[in-house]
Design a binder for this molecule. Structure first.
Ligand code: HEC
Length: 197
C-alpha cells in the first residue's frame, strides 16, 4: 500500500512538471513571435503607418507626427483650380540630403506639402497704399507626404504617397494619380521641389 502511494506521488509530480515545462515553452514561443514575424519597416519607424491590405502599399493611413515643425525646403504658388500658396517641408533626413545634394534621398526621408488658399490682404493693402499683398488664407488642398522606404514602396519608385483632407486619408482612386505624375521627375528621385537656400 505504501509503495502504491509513493508511485502515485512520483507519477503526479512527473505529470505536473511536464505540464509546467510545456506551458513555459509556449509562453516563450508567444513572446518571441512579434520579433520573428515583425513586419516593421522604415516607414513604421518614422511614424508613417500604412494600411496592410495587399496591393496598395502606397496608402499611408496616419499623418507623420510633428511634420508642422519640420524645416522649410521651399514655397510654391499654384494657380488654376488649385489656387493656393504652398510650403514644402522636410524631416531632418530630407533637409540634410537636400543641403548635401544627396540623390537618391536616403531611407526614412519624408517630404511634406502643405497649402493655404491664396488670398489678397485688404489689411496689408491698406497699409501699403496699393493692392499688392497676397497671403495664406485657410488651409486647402489637403496635406501631402512622400515617404521614402524602398522595400515597402518598391512598386511606386520607393516612395509612399499620402494625402489627408481634414485629417482623413484621400480615397484610393485619388491616390492612384500621384505616382504616374511624379514619375516624370524620376531623374531627381521623383521629387520636383528644389531646395531654396
Ligand atoms: C499632375 C501631376 C501631379 C500629381 C497628380 C501629383 N503631384 Fe505632387 N507635385 C507635382 C508638382 C509639379 C510638384 C511641385 C510643384 C508644386 O508643389 O506645386 C509636386 C509636389 C509634391 C510634393 C513636394 C515634393 C516634390 O516632389 O516637389 C509632394 C509631397 C507631393 N507633390 C505629393 C503628391 C501626392 C501625395 C500626390 C497624390 C495625391 C501628388 N503629389 C500628385 C505634381 C503632381
Amino acid at each position: 500500500m505504501k509503495n502504491y502511494f509513493v508511485t502515485l506521488i512520483i507519477a503526479s509530480a512527473l505529470i505536473i512538471s511536464v505540464f509546467i515545462i510545456r506551458q513555459k515553452a509556449q509562453a516563450e514561443n508567444a513572446s518571441l513571435k512579434p520579433a520573428n514575424q515583425s513586419s516593421a519597416t522604415i516607414a513604421d519607424a518614422v511614424g508613417a503607418k500604412t494600411n496592410s491590405h495587399e496591393g496598395s502599399p502606397i496608402f499611408v493611413t496616419d499623418i507623420p507626427p510633428g511634420y508642422r515643425d519640420w524645416k522649410l525646403v521651399s514655397v510654391a504658388h499654384e494657380e488654376g483650380a488649385l489656387n493656393d500658396i504652398r510650403a514644402i517641408l522636410g524631416n531632418d533626413k530630407a533637409i540634410q540630403a537636400y543641403r548635401e545634394g544627396t540623390l537618391p534621398f536616403p531611407e526614412g526621408t519624408i517630404i511634406a506639402r502643405i497649402a493655404w488658399s491664396y488670398l489678397p490682404s485688404e489689411e496689408n493693402n491698406k497699409a501699403l497704399g496699393k493692392a499688392q499683398s497676397f497671403i495664406a488664407g485657410p488651409p486647402t488642398n489637403g496635406v501631402q507626404f512622400m515617404i521614402k522606404d524602398s522595400n515597402k514602396y518598391a512598386s511606386t519608385g520607393g516612395w509612399g504617397y499620402a494625402q489627408f483632407n481634414d485629417g482623413k486619408p484621400a480615397d484610393d482612386t485619388f491616390m492612384q494619380r500621384c505616382y504616374p505624375c511624379h514619375k516624370k521627375i524620376e531623374s531627381r528621385d521623383f521629387v520636383f521641389t528644389r531646395y531654396s537656400p
